[in-house]
Design a protein around this ligand. Structure first.
Ligand code: MGD
Ligand code: MGD
Ligand code: MO
Length: 723
């Protein structure tokens, strides 16, 4: 946020698009209030004016983008200014003004977070934003790009090492080839790994955390796995962060086993104690301050952090707890095969893997994202010589890190010895490969419907020997180019039959990138049309709980899906039931949710901190004066917020113009009340947070993104009444 404000001071214009007038909006040159859930029509409304006035970057589109002509046809036919205003509520003059600001202030960047992603069509919303930036030629240039701010400390780093149920570390998929790559990195027999899985499950994506409730409670014949879920582990995750709290309590009742691994008992402990007597275990985890390791930021820069204090009381580090589980399950030897074991303290009772050796193993396997060059030694050197890096370019001038970008932002290709400096901007063809340059990857084949997907001649990373588009690097391509003999004999042995993602020698990358200046992942066009997604061209689809049945008729949601991440996932059924039952009439206010500056996530840590707890002591609902007056509600009074699920939560009314008429907002950091009742008695003695309050997610409704299965937290419906 500070970078944004600094940019403003030197003349950058700032536009905020949000249903609420936020603190950020207060600093903006232009604030656009749209109806929650209508970003695609707004973005396509911008594109309408951009195309109409010839503001698109034609040369860029021709050289580097696939399918922009189809986008143009769609936009000009469907998203005329009247339609945009009808759906979003934003008047034509303002849409035009924003389009002109973007077109005439280049490069510009688009920043988004959860306002775009947490919708049933969030995948299409974020693609619309990417298309906007492609049309303006803003991707792959310094000062441009799509900047998706990651949420938690190290959430980027966590994602990179494979917590998603459809991929292995580094976004390698679940196909046999990917498993074999990692088996080789781990030095563990592939057949042995295979034996650990039930038949047919090894290559099948798992359930997402957003749906664990249904994994427990859904009818067994409707789920695409053997038994239902019987155990649930909350490992650094709060229950009040997930939607459908009312259903969650039912799932908690049914489980055989519920485990919390957390420095705090968290709301899980209280919710579980409210509904069951046994089978719940609280394992005290140490915090980040009690261990060391890497932390990857939103810009993919990696920092090394040192331990500040020893693990307190009975707590152990997360990796020590993982190892303890692995021992019980009987695969501890395989888990720690490549790791040096250390005692975190001279007098500690347990041994744990040394963090440095875990990172070295990652370096040996994470070719896809280029997390191979960031050795513990290089990262520690960066921390030690932080002052030698330029704060604007991120590049070190002189000193032992000369030429590196701070934190070696990935991709940092090749082995650490290759000394790739990291890539501060993705896809930048104006920069040479060994200076952090790049191009768009050739991950999706080389042609589609007879049209080439490769970059046009003349578009390639600066100084590269190949000046045309080219496919991904593999042993065949390297041989065809006559560069195979530039590998050493040792490299040849490992590289034979492999591609750049599976060549553990790193030799193919070395030759292709360092000696010839080309990108190992190929040189292709960005796809404006993503044919393997439910909507190849992003489509506006109304939320399942939409306040506008007239819009539902015009822009209906997806069809239901039978087995999506192993679970039946409903779209039309829910939306049509809602229309039939006149839900929008009985629950006429949009309910959206999000964050406060003073609290974090589910809030167990921050609401237990006396200095932060003081800042916001009760949960509240932002409601427009008109809606409040219509209900006889005054500022600061207690109200019930009622949900179509039958849940109702008791919060204070904050009567404010921050939200427009028809929209309400509740922060999601609270827990510890259950539909009007304080749950104090259910927390382990002495371990309750200081501030307790009603969780908005007790009231949130069903709805999941059609690609990612992200929960819909940003657009649902409610009614508000005096308590
Ligand atoms: N202090 C603090 N900082 C945090 C966090 C925290 O808990 N506390 N959490 C971190 C995490 S995990 C994350 S993911 C980020 C999230 O960061 P943000 O996504 O910025 O946070 P939110 O408050 O969830 O939502 C942002 C805005 O989306 C708006 N919105 C709702 N519906 C729509 C819509 O349909 N379209 C548009 N354009 N906007 C909409 C909301 O009104 C809200 O103002 O913040 C991180 N930073
Ligand atoms: N309605 C609504 N719901 C939302 C959102 C929204 O905008 N609206 N936002 C969503 C988003 S973007 C996110 S990211 C989630 C966030 O929600 P959660 O994933 O629940 O994140 P936190 O509450 O920040 O952290 C969870 C727990 O991690 C514990 N913890 C901290 N450090 C450590 C550690 O080192 N080890 C272990 N084992 N535990 C640790 C904390 O004590 C805390 O109890 O909420 C989501 N839920
Ligand atoms: Mo997040």
């Amino acid at each position: 946020m500070l970078h944004m404000l600094h940019a403003k001071e030197i003349g950058a214009r700032m536009i905020v698009v949000d249903p609420r007038f936020t603190r950020t909006a207060a600093k903006a040159d232009e604030y656009v209030r749209l109806r929650s859930g209508t970003d695609i029509p707004f973005v396509f409304g911008l594109l309408y004016h951009i195309f109409k006035n010839g503001w698109e970057d034609k040369a860029y589109l021709q050289a580097r983008v696939f399918g922009s002509d189809k986008i143009r046809d769609e936009v000009m036919a469907k998203w005329t200014p009247d339609k945009v205003e009808e759906v979003t509520g934003v008047p034509e003059a303002q849409v035009f003004k924003v389009a002109e600001m973007l077109a005439k202030n280049k490069p510009s960047t688009v920043v988004w977070c959860m306002g775009q992603t947490q919708h049933t069509n969030g995948n299409a919303v974020v693609r619309a934003s990417c298309i906007l930036q492609l049309v303006l030629g803003n991707i792959g240039v310094s000062g441009g790009g799509t900047n998706i701010f990651r949420g938690h400390d190290n959430v980027q780093g966590a994602t990179d090492v494979g917590p998603n149920p459809d991929s292995l570390p580094g976004y390698y998929g679940l196909a046999a080839g990917s498993w074999k790559h990692w088996a080789a990195v781990w030095g563990v027999d592939y057949e042995w790994i295979k034996k650990q899985f039930a038949d047919g499950m090894m290559e099948k994506p798992g359930m997402t955390v957003s749906r664990w409730i249904d994994g427990v409670t859904e009818k067994n014949e409707l789920i695409d796995q053997g038994p239902n879920l019987r155990a649930q582990v909350f490992w650094g995750h709060a229950p009040n962060s997930q939607t459908r709290g009312k259903d969650m309590v039912e799932a908690m009742k049914k489980l055989d086993l519920l485990v919390v691994v957390d420095p705090y008992p968290s709301a899980t402990a209280a919710m579980a104690a409210m509904v069951r007597k046994d089978g719940v275990y609280l394992l005290p985890a140490a915090t980040q301050f009690e261990t060391s390791g890497t932390c990857t930021a939103s810009n993919r820069s990696i920092q090394w952090r040192e331990r500040v204090i020893r693990p307190l009381f009975d707590s152990q580090t997360d990796h020590a707890i993982m190892l303890a589980f692995a021992k019980k399950f009987g695969f501890d030897k395989e888990l720690v095969k490549n790791y040096k074991m250390v005692k975190p303290d001279g007098d500690a009772k347990w041994e744990e893997p040394e963090i440095e050796s875990i990172l070295r193993e990652m370096n040996r396997g994470l070719w896809t994202i280029g997390m191979t060059g960031q050795s513990p030694e290089r990262l520690k050197l960066h921390m030690k010589h932080m002052q030698t890096f330029d704060v604007k370019t991120l590049r070190a001038k002189g000193g032992p890190c000369d030429g590196d970008f701070f934190g070696l932002p990935w991709p940092c290709y090749g082995t650490p010895e290759l000394k790739h400096p990291g890539s501060p901007n993705l896809y930048a063809t104006s920069v040479a490969m060994m200076d952090g340059g790049g191009c768009f990857r050739a991950n999706f084949g080389i042609e589609r419907d007879g049209v080439s997907l490769l970059a046009e001649d003349g578009s390639y990373p600066k100084g590269g020997d190949l000046t045309t588009g080219y496919p991904e690097l593999d042993h065949v391509l390297l041989k065809k180019l006559g560069w195979w003999d530039e590998l050493t004999d040792a490299e040849k042995k490992l590289a034979e039959g492999k591609n750049w993602k599976t060549d553990l020698s790193g030799g193919m990358i070395r030759v292709f990138m360092k000696e010839h200046g080309n990108h190992p992942f190929g040189n292709a066009k960005a796809r404006a049309i993503v044919w393997n997604f439910p909507d190849p061209i992003p489509q506006h689809r109304e939320a399942l709980y939409s306040p506008r049945p007239d819009m539902v008729a015009k822009y209906p949601t997806h069809d239901d899906k039978k087995a999506f991440w192993r679970l039946p996932t409903l779209y039309k059924t829910v939306q049509q039931e809602n229309v039939k039952n006149e839900v929008a009439k009985n629950f006429p206010l949009i309910l959206t949710s999000g964050r406060l500056v003073e609290f974090e996530g589910g809030g167990d840590e921050t609401r237990s901190n006396p200095w932060l707890a003081e800042l916001q002591q009760v949960n509240f609902v932002e409601i427009n004066p008109k809606d409040a007056n219509d209900r006889g509600v005054r500022n600061g009074e207690w109200v019930w917020v009622k949900s179509p699920t039958g849940a109702q939560i008791k919060v204070q009314a904050m009567v404010t113009e921050r939200v427009g008429a028809g929209t309400t907002f509740i922060p999601f950091h609270f827990a510890g009340w259950w539909m009007g009742k304080d749950m104090l008695e259910f927390y382990p003695e002495g371990a309750h947070p200081i501030v307790r309050g009603e969780a908005v997610n007790t009231a949130t409704t069903y709805g999941y993104d059609s690609v990612t299965m992200m929960q819909e937290t940003k657009t649902t419906l409610c009614q508000v009444a005096k308590a």
